[in-house]
Every structure is written in C-alpha cells, then in structure tokens.
Design a protein around this ligand. Structure first.
Ligand code: FAD
Length: 477
C-alpha cells in the first residue's frame, strides 16, 4: 500500500495496474474499496491534494431512503441499496450517523393533496413505512415550526451522516487493503491500448488494463479523453447556511419540502456535529469551479427558512458553503460499461451519490466483469474504526480512559468544537493524512466552529507544521 502526493510516479511494473479508478470522491473511493477485496493491483488517482475534496465535501449529508426517486431507475435501485449498505457500514466503522427520520411538510392545499401521491411513490420504491400526519401531530413533533403547516408525510429511515468520514473511511480501508492512492495527480491524457491503456498524469505515466471514470463534475471531460461524448455535465449549485449549535434544539427531524415544479426545494436538517443546515439552492451554471455563495442566494434561503422555522433566523450563522451537483439533463445516473475500451463511466451522480456510493461500487464491480476483468477470489478487507466526529456518541475530550492512556486527548485545542491535541495529532499521522488545514478540519472539526479558527487557528497550524505529511514523511513521497 502507498499514498503518494508529490514527485514522479513509480516506474515500470510498479506503475502497471489491473484497474485505475480516476477521482477520489465518495464514489471513486467506494469503488476502490470494493475492488480491494480482490487480488488486483489497483490505483485510486486524484487531481486534488486530498480525498473527498470535490462535491463530496459540500452536500446536505443526508442518507436518503430513496422514497422519492423515480421508480424503476438505476438511481432508485442504487439509492435504496446504498442506504442499507452504508447504514450497516457506518455502524461497523464508527461513521457518525443519526436516523432522525424526515417530515415532508405541506404548507398549502396543493401540497397537502400531493402527500398521498408521494406515499404511493414511496411504496413503489419499496418503502411501506411512510405515514400521513395531521397538523396537530405535526406540531407535536416539531413545536417550533412556523404557522400554516397543514399536514406532513413522515418518512422513517431518512438519516444524517458525516460525509467527510464516509469518503475517508472508504479510501483508508482501500489503502490499508493494498490500493495505491496517488494525490495531486490529475489525468490529462489517455492513450487507449491493449493490454494496457496509458494515462498521462501531471506526475508521470500510469498503465492500466481497466479504467474507471469517477470524475464527478468532470466525468464528461474525462469521457472525451477516451473518445466518448455521451452526455454533458451542467453544474447545479446548492448554497447552504450552517447555523450555530444553539439552534439544534429547534428541530428534531429532517424537514423536507414537498417537491414542486421548481425541484426538490429547501430543507432544514440537523447535522451529526450538532448544527442546523438550511438549503440548498438549485442554480444551473456553466462554471464548474463556481463554489462561492451569493448574497442573493443566501437571502432567499433565509426567507424560505424563516417561514419553516421562524426562530432559526435569530440564531448565529457559523458558516456558508456551496456544492455543485453533476446534472446531465436526465433523471438518472449515467453509469455505463464500454467493454471494447475496458472502461466504465460513472457519471451523472446527481444529488444522491453519498447515499448510493457503496451500491454504485458493487454495480461497477459487475460492469468491470462485463468488460473482461476477472477479479479472482474475494478476501476480507482490513478492519477499520474511524475517529468519532459526531455528537451522538462519546467524543475523546469526554473519554476518561482514553485520556488516562494519552493526556493529549484531554488537551483541547479547538474550544468551539472541543477538538483535542490527540485527535489532531492522530489525523496528521493517519493512513491518509490531510493535505492542508481544510482537510484537517474535515478529519477532526478543528477550526470548524463558531469562531472559524479565530482563536485556535495559530495553534492548529503549528501542529500541522510539526506533525503534518511534510514532516512525518507519510504520503509525501
Ligand atoms: C448541494 C448538494 C447537496 C447534496 N446532498 C446530498 C445528500 O444529502 N445526500 C446524498 O447522498 N448526496 C448528496 N449530494 C450528492 C453527492 O454529494 C454527490 O453525488 C457525490 O458527492 C458525488 O461524488 P463523486 O465522487 O461522484 O464526485 P466528487 O466528489 O466531485 O469527486 C470527483 C473527483 O474526481 C476528481 N477528478 C476529476 N477529474 C479528474 C482527473 N482528470 N484526474 C484526476 N482526478 C479527477 C476531482 O478532483 C474530484 O475529487 C449533494 C450534492 C450537492 C452539491
């Protein structure tokens, strides 16, 4: 196993793989992990300096049941299956997740009339546990809801999850099971060949028998590198507001809007870190780097959020962010095998890729077999337990036994998020250390609280410089 970040890629036999997965978002990392069960030489190759640094770091973090997917689509099947697989995986590996359940709230008669149809759709998607709630039942469940909630559809099983730990868990388990992870390694050209394709990257050339495109927003551009033009990705921006932890008591469920002609609409949800999210917007753009927020977008969210949960607007906003969904003009994924090229495209993973990731990975394993890959026997993956970032389980600063074993777990560095020196040091010396301070925040929550690093920033940076990948040599090859 190895993680490389800088310098020339290994040469010769070392750079010849059975499968190269391009793109280490939640989808590519899940695929690499699933393939790592087999005696294959696998590389996971990523343009950025960290895993999960694209769309996978900026979403609403909901583990969807898929109750509202378009019945019969590949997406409907993989979201339903992915929900089951990721729920079990989260328990096994310690990824924070909370099965809060969702309420779809009807605010007018038209929306109320839609609820039974949504319940039928849920049934067609295999979810038979939804239930219609009266206005009184709704108010009892969510006492802080704004006036005018007429009814709701309750969807048990909808959950919130930590998206950062999910991607990191997949990639870590893949690497510990023998996958090579090459970061800062954008693939710029593909020279298809037999038995090996040659991938020209910024850091040298890799050879591979089979190729997987998990490039997210850039899946269409990568397809073009192998001569395919099957779809165009349009970035659909979603802006979100993160409210301070004092807002957490205002909401108990994931509050979903009733979808209308303008799309899924704006939701309010708790996070596993104890904050409350409001968003996302849905704006079709043509710039795949436009992850900034806009005053107009945020004002629109506040207006809508104020109607749903008026008291939310009195709370402080800790952060704002935006992510880009990979829309392709089709209400389904764009996953396709190209056996002649020994190539699988995993594109158009719109707004459900976090949930569906493990099911997508299983599906891709089958498609690679259709492309002639003989994966060989299956063996168990390296065992994994992830550090806990969630508020629903015990955090290190409260764990007397952990602190007794290592006092650094009792030494708080980031006071807003209660992040200890022990956690920061463990992240910096882990299998895949962060490439920068934002990656460290996604691994520990340090600098992610209400002061956004104003108080702890200097100390966190000093720790990064003392123990980070440049110093400990891990991942810095
Ligand atoms: C606002 C918003 C809300 C969402 N909410 C949810 C939700 O609640 N639940 C849910 O399940 N899903 C949600 N999603 C969807 C989910 O986040 C995505 O489906 C998922 O993150 C897509 O993962 P990915 O791995 O395909 O893409 P990415 O995470 O973008 O990863 C692709 C990677 O490929 C790399 N790459 C691209 N080109 C190259 C190249 N040439 N060489 C090397 N590397 C390359 C990129 O650097 C990137 O890291 C949401 C999305 C958004 C934007």
């Amino acid at each position: 196993m190895s993680v490389t970040r800088t310098g020339a890629l290994p040469l010769g036999a070392e750079a010849a793989y059975d499968v190269v997965v391009v793109g280490a978002g939640v989808v590519g990392s899940a695929i690499a992990r699933t393939l790592a069960r087999h005696p294959l030489r696998i590389a996971l190759v990523e343009a950025s300096n960290d895993v999960g640094d694209g769309t996978s770091k900026a979403n609403t973090a909901i583990l969807h049941t898929g109750f509202d997917a378009v019945p019969g689509t590949l997406e409907a099947r993989l979201v339903r299956e992915g929900h089951r697989l990721l729920s079990a995986y989260a328990q096994e590996t310690g990824i924070p997740a909370e099965p809060l359940g969702a309420l779809l709230v009807a605010w007018d008669e038209g929306q109320r009339a839609t609820l039974p149809r949504l319940a039928e759709k849920a049934e067609r998607n295999g979810h038979r546990t939804t239930r219609l709630l009266t206005a009184a039942e709704l108010r009892a469940r969510e006492p802080h809801l704004g006036p005018g909630g007429l009814a709701a559809l309750e969807v048990p099983g909808e959950a919130v999850i930590c998206p950062w730990t999910t991607t990191l868990a997949y990639a870590t388990q893949a690497v510990r099971s023998g996958v090579d992870l090459h970061l800062n390694c954008s693939v710029e050209k593909v020279r298809p060949g037999d038995p090996y394709h040659r991938l020209v990257t910024r850091r040298g050339v890799l050879r591979t028998r089979h190729l997987v495109n998990a490039c997210g927003l850039h899946a269409d551009a990568f397809d073009a590198l192998v001569g395919r033009e099957d779809f165009v990705v349009t970035p659909r921006r979603g802006q979100l507001l993160v409210f301070d932890k004092f807002a957490r008591d205002l909401v108990r469920h994931i509050l979903l809007p009733v979808p209308g002609p303008l799309g899924k609409g704006v939701l309010i949800t708790p996070t596993v870190y104890g904050n409350v999210l409001l968003g996302p917007t849905a704006e079709d753009l043509d710039d795949k780097t436009a992850t900034g927020t806009s005053a107009e977008g945020l004002a629109g969210l506040r207006e809508q959020g104020g109607r749903i949960l008026p008291a939310l607007l009195d709370e402080e906003v800790t952060a704002v962010y935006a992510g880009l969904r990979a829309a392709t003009g089709q209400e389904d994924y764009r996953i396709a095998a190209h056996p002649g090229l020994r190539y699988v495209t995993v594109g158009g993973i719109r707004s459900t890729g976090l949930t569906a990731s493990l099911a997508i990975a299983e599906h891709v394993r089958g498609l690679l077999a259709d492309c002639g890959l003989d994966p060989g026997p299956e063996h168990p993956l390296a065992r994994l337990r992830m550090p806990n970032l969630g508020e629903a389980s015990s955090r290190p600063y409260r764990d007397a036994r952990l602190i007794a074993g290592n006092p650094e777990f009792g030494s708080i560095v980031c006071h807003c998020e209660r992040v200890t020196k022990g956690e920061i040091r463990a992240a910096l010396t882990s299998t895949i250390p962060p490439g920068g301070l934002d990656g460290l925040r996604r691994r520990t929550r340090a600098r992610g609280g209400r002061c956004q690093g104003h108080h702890c920033g200097a100390e966190v940076r000093a720790l990064f410089e003392e123990y980070g990948p440049e110093k400990n040599g891990r991942g810095a090859r």
